[in-house]
Ligand binder design. Structure first.
Ligand code: PGA
Length: 253
Protein backbone atom coordinates (compact mmCIF):
# COMPACT_ATOMS: atom_id res chain seq x y z
CA UNK A 1 0.00 0.00 0.00
CA UNK A 2 1.38 3.41 -1.00
CA UNK A 3 0.65 6.57 0.93
CA UNK A 4 -1.88 7.66 -1.71
CA UNK A 5 -4.17 4.97 -0.32
CA UNK A 6 -3.83 6.16 3.26
CA UNK A 7 -5.79 9.31 4.04
CA UNK A 8 -3.42 12.17 4.82
CA UNK A 9 -3.51 13.65 8.29
CA UNK A 10 -2.65 17.20 9.28
CA UNK A 11 -2.79 17.49 13.05
CA UNK A 12 -2.44 20.72 15.00
CA UNK A 13 -0.88 20.22 18.42
CA UNK A 14 -1.45 23.48 20.25
CA UNK A 15 0.36 22.34 23.41
CA UNK A 16 -0.20 24.86 26.29
CA UNK A 17 -1.11 27.79 24.05
CA UNK A 18 -4.04 30.02 22.99
CA UNK A 19 -6.92 31.46 25.02
CA UNK A 20 -10.41 29.94 24.89
CA UNK A 21 -11.57 32.77 22.61
CA UNK A 22 -8.61 32.33 20.26
CA UNK A 23 -9.23 28.58 20.13
CA UNK A 24 -12.92 29.03 19.25
CA UNK A 25 -12.14 31.67 16.67
CA UNK A 26 -9.55 29.37 15.02
CA UNK A 27 -11.97 26.44 14.78
CA UNK A 28 -14.87 28.58 13.53
CA UNK A 29 -12.69 30.02 10.78
CA UNK A 30 -11.24 26.60 9.96
CA UNK A 31 -14.78 25.27 9.47
CA UNK A 32 -15.41 27.85 6.77
CA UNK A 33 -12.58 26.41 4.65
CA UNK A 34 -13.29 23.55 2.27
CA UNK A 35 -11.24 20.63 3.51
CA UNK A 36 -9.93 18.47 0.64
CA UNK A 37 -11.60 15.02 0.53
CA UNK A 38 -8.28 13.22 0.69
CA UNK A 39 -7.16 14.86 3.92
CA UNK A 40 -8.13 14.60 7.55
CA UNK A 41 -7.69 17.59 9.85
CA UNK A 42 -7.23 17.12 13.59
CA UNK A 43 -6.91 19.71 16.32
CA UNK A 44 -5.41 18.93 19.73
CA UNK A 45 -6.25 21.91 21.97
CA UNK A 46 -5.64 22.19 25.71
CA UNK A 47 -8.23 19.75 27.10
CA UNK A 48 -10.11 22.52 28.94
CA UNK A 49 -11.33 23.76 25.57
CA UNK A 50 -12.48 20.41 24.18
CA UNK A 51 -16.14 20.61 25.20
CA UNK A 52 -16.69 24.04 23.65
CA UNK A 53 -14.75 23.18 20.48
CA UNK A 54 -16.53 19.85 20.07
CA UNK A 55 -19.89 21.66 20.11
CA UNK A 56 -18.68 24.00 17.37
CA UNK A 57 -17.19 21.20 15.23
CA UNK A 58 -19.98 18.63 15.77
CA UNK A 59 -20.81 16.78 12.57
CA UNK A 60 -18.16 18.68 10.64
CA UNK A 61 -15.00 17.24 9.05
CA UNK A 62 -12.59 18.29 11.80
CA UNK A 63 -11.60 15.81 14.47
CA UNK A 64 -10.61 16.85 17.97
CA UNK A 65 -8.27 15.16 20.40
CA UNK A 66 -6.73 15.57 23.83
CA UNK A 67 -2.98 16.01 24.30
CA UNK A 68 -2.66 13.53 27.14
CA UNK A 69 -4.66 11.32 29.52
CA UNK A 70 -4.28 8.91 32.43
CA UNK A 71 -5.00 5.21 32.02
CA UNK A 72 -7.45 4.76 34.92
CA UNK A 73 -11.13 5.42 34.15
CA UNK A 74 -11.79 7.47 37.31
CA UNK A 75 -10.52 7.92 40.84
CA UNK A 76 -8.20 9.89 43.08
CA UNK A 77 -5.73 11.13 40.46
CA UNK A 78 -5.62 14.89 40.98
CA UNK A 79 -5.07 16.86 37.81
CA UNK A 80 -5.58 13.97 35.41
CA UNK A 81 -8.27 13.29 32.81
CA UNK A 82 -9.42 9.88 31.62
CA UNK A 83 -10.35 8.35 28.27
CA UNK A 84 -14.10 8.27 29.14
CA UNK A 85 -13.91 12.00 29.91
CA UNK A 86 -12.25 12.70 26.57
CA UNK A 87 -14.98 10.78 24.81
CA UNK A 88 -17.65 12.52 26.85
CA UNK A 89 -16.21 15.87 25.82
CA UNK A 90 -16.80 14.92 22.18
CA UNK A 91 -13.21 14.23 21.19
CA UNK A 92 -12.11 11.20 19.17
CA UNK A 93 -8.32 11.12 19.59
CA UNK A 94 -5.66 11.38 22.27
CA UNK A 95 -1.92 11.94 21.92
CA UNK A 96 0.02 9.36 23.93
CA UNK A 97 3.71 9.79 24.72
CA UNK A 98 4.48 13.12 23.09
CA UNK A 99 8.18 13.80 23.57
CA UNK A 100 7.40 16.65 25.98
CA UNK A 101 5.46 14.18 28.14
CA UNK A 102 8.32 11.69 27.94
CA UNK A 103 11.18 14.14 28.55
CA UNK A 104 9.70 16.88 30.76
CA UNK A 105 7.24 14.73 32.72
CA UNK A 106 9.18 11.46 32.76
CA UNK A 107 6.71 9.22 30.91
CA UNK A 108 8.10 5.84 29.92
CA UNK A 109 6.97 3.69 27.02
CA UNK A 110 5.37 1.38 29.61
CA UNK A 111 3.17 4.29 30.72
CA UNK A 112 2.51 5.24 27.10
CA UNK A 113 1.25 1.77 26.20
CA UNK A 114 -1.04 1.69 29.25
CA UNK A 115 -2.51 5.02 28.18
CA UNK A 116 -2.91 3.95 24.55
CA UNK A 117 -4.57 0.69 25.63
CA UNK A 118 -6.94 2.47 28.02
CA UNK A 119 -7.90 4.87 25.23
CA UNK A 120 -8.45 2.00 22.82
CA UNK A 121 -10.75 0.21 25.27
CA UNK A 122 -12.93 3.33 25.50
CA UNK A 123 -13.02 3.86 21.74
CA UNK A 124 -10.72 6.90 21.80
CA UNK A 125 -8.05 6.58 19.09
CA UNK A 126 -4.46 6.94 20.28
CA UNK A 127 -1.89 8.98 18.36
CA UNK A 128 1.36 7.54 19.68
CA UNK A 129 4.58 9.57 19.43
CA UNK A 130 8.04 8.11 19.01
CA UNK A 131 11.42 9.71 18.35
CA UNK A 132 15.10 9.74 19.23
CA UNK A 133 17.00 12.48 21.10
CA UNK A 134 20.01 14.28 19.63
CA UNK A 135 22.38 12.28 21.87
CA UNK A 136 20.85 9.01 20.68
CA UNK A 137 21.13 10.07 17.03
CA UNK A 138 24.74 11.17 17.45
CA UNK A 139 25.58 7.90 19.18
CA UNK A 140 24.17 5.99 16.18
CA UNK A 141 21.33 4.57 18.27
CA UNK A 142 18.38 5.92 16.27
CA UNK A 143 17.11 2.59 14.93
CA UNK A 144 17.55 0.86 18.27
CA UNK A 145 15.52 3.58 20.01
CA UNK A 146 12.82 3.56 17.33
CA UNK A 147 12.54 -0.20 17.57
CA UNK A 148 12.28 -0.31 21.33
CA UNK A 149 9.96 2.74 21.55
CA UNK A 150 7.65 1.35 18.87
CA UNK A 151 7.45 -2.15 20.31
CA UNK A 152 7.09 -1.08 23.93
CA UNK A 153 4.69 1.82 23.27
CA UNK A 154 2.37 -0.52 21.36
CA UNK A 155 2.95 -3.59 23.54
CA UNK A 156 -0.48 -3.56 25.22
CA UNK A 157 -2.40 -2.22 22.22
CA UNK A 158 -4.45 -4.39 19.86
CA UNK A 159 -3.71 -4.15 16.13
CA UNK A 160 -5.93 -1.42 14.73
CA UNK A 161 -5.53 0.42 11.41
CA UNK A 162 -7.05 3.59 12.90
CA UNK A 163 -4.22 4.11 15.35
CA UNK A 164 -1.87 6.88 14.30
CA UNK A 165 1.86 7.07 14.94
CA UNK A 166 3.96 10.22 14.85
CA UNK A 167 7.69 10.07 14.32
CA UNK A 168 9.05 13.16 16.03
CA UNK A 169 12.81 13.37 16.43
CA UNK A 170 13.17 15.19 19.75
CA UNK A 171 15.94 17.42 18.38
CA UNK A 172 13.59 18.75 15.68
CA UNK A 173 10.68 19.75 17.92
CA UNK A 174 10.34 23.50 18.32
CA UNK A 175 13.97 24.03 17.31
CA UNK A 176 13.56 25.07 13.68
CA UNK A 177 15.61 21.99 12.71
CA UNK A 178 13.72 19.58 10.48
CA UNK A 179 14.81 16.05 9.65
CA UNK A 180 15.73 15.77 5.98
CA UNK A 181 12.99 14.06 3.97
CA UNK A 182 15.42 11.13 3.48
CA UNK A 183 16.04 10.76 7.22
CA UNK A 184 12.35 11.14 8.06
CA UNK A 185 11.36 8.63 5.37
CA UNK A 186 13.89 6.03 6.45
CA UNK A 187 12.93 6.39 10.14
CA UNK A 188 9.23 6.11 9.31
CA UNK A 189 9.75 3.15 6.97
CA UNK A 190 11.68 1.48 9.79
CA UNK A 191 8.88 2.18 12.30
CA UNK A 192 6.40 0.68 9.83
CA UNK A 193 8.58 -2.43 9.51
CA UNK A 194 8.57 -2.79 13.29
CA UNK A 195 4.79 -2.46 13.46
CA UNK A 196 4.61 -5.15 10.79
CA UNK A 197 6.53 -7.47 13.11
CA UNK A 198 3.74 -7.25 15.70
CA UNK A 199 0.63 -6.37 13.67
CA UNK A 200 1.38 -7.93 10.29
CA UNK A 201 -0.47 -6.46 7.31
CA UNK A 202 -2.27 -3.87 9.46
CA UNK A 203 1.02 -1.95 9.44
CA UNK A 204 0.43 -0.99 5.82
CA UNK A 205 -2.78 0.81 6.74
CA UNK A 206 -1.41 2.73 9.74
CA UNK A 207 -0.88 6.43 9.13
CA UNK A 208 2.58 7.49 10.30
CA UNK A 209 3.12 11.22 10.56
CA UNK A 210 6.27 13.29 10.72
CA UNK A 211 6.56 15.98 13.38
CA UNK A 212 9.28 18.48 14.24
CA UNK A 213 9.43 22.04 12.88
CA UNK A 214 7.02 21.36 10.02
CA UNK A 215 6.35 24.55 8.03
CA UNK A 216 4.65 25.54 4.79
CA UNK A 217 8.02 25.55 3.03
CA UNK A 218 9.14 22.05 4.02
CA UNK A 219 5.88 20.06 4.04
CA UNK A 220 5.73 19.25 0.32
CA UNK A 221 9.09 17.47 0.19
CA UNK A 222 8.20 15.51 3.32
CA UNK A 223 4.82 14.53 1.86
CA UNK A 224 6.45 13.25 -1.33
CA UNK A 225 8.02 10.42 0.70
CA UNK A 226 6.11 7.14 0.25
CA UNK A 227 5.86 6.30 3.95
CA UNK A 228 5.01 9.76 5.32
CA UNK A 229 1.25 10.11 5.68
CA UNK A 230 0.96 13.56 7.21
CA UNK A 231 2.28 15.85 9.89
CA UNK A 232 1.91 16.67 13.57
CA UNK A 233 2.41 20.41 13.72
CA UNK A 234 3.20 22.43 16.83
CA UNK A 235 4.38 26.03 16.51
CA UNK A 236 3.15 26.56 12.94
CA UNK A 237 -0.36 25.35 13.86
CA UNK A 238 -1.02 28.21 16.28
CA UNK A 239 -1.77 30.55 13.42
CA UNK A 240 -4.64 29.60 11.11
CA UNK A 241 -3.01 30.98 7.97
CA UNK A 242 0.25 29.10 8.44
CA UNK A 243 -1.60 25.90 9.38
CA UNK A 244 -3.77 26.15 6.26
CA UNK A 245 -0.75 26.81 4.10
CA UNK A 246 0.79 23.59 5.40
CA UNK A 247 -2.43 21.68 4.65
CA UNK A 248 -2.60 23.14 1.13
CA UNK A 249 1.06 22.60 0.30
CA UNK A 250 1.01 19.11 1.80
CA UNK A 251 -2.13 18.07 -0.06
CA UNK A 252 -1.38 19.34 -3.55
CA UNK A 253 1.73 17.36 -4.28
P1 PGA B 1 6.86 21.85 16.36
O1 PGA B 1 6.19 20.78 17.34
O2 PGA B 1 6.11 21.81 15.06
O3 PGA B 1 6.68 23.17 17.07
O4 PGA B 1 8.29 21.48 16.20
C1 PGA B 1 5.78 19.52 16.86
C2 PGA B 1 5.22 18.71 18.01
O5 PGA B 1 5.76 18.77 19.12
O6 PGA B 1 4.22 17.97 17.86
Amino acid sequence: MQNGERKKVFAANWKMNLTADEAEDFVKKLLKIRIPEETQIMVFPPSLYLIALAKIAKGRPIALGAQNMYWERAGAFTGEISAPMIKDAGAEYVICGHSERRHIFGESSEMVTRKARAAQIEGVIPLVCIGETLEERQAGETLEVLQSDTLSSLAAVDADPDIIIAYEPVWAIGTGLTATPQDAESAIAYIRSQIKEIWGKTAERIRILYGGSVRADNIDELMRCPNIDGALIGGASLNLESFLEIVTNGTNI
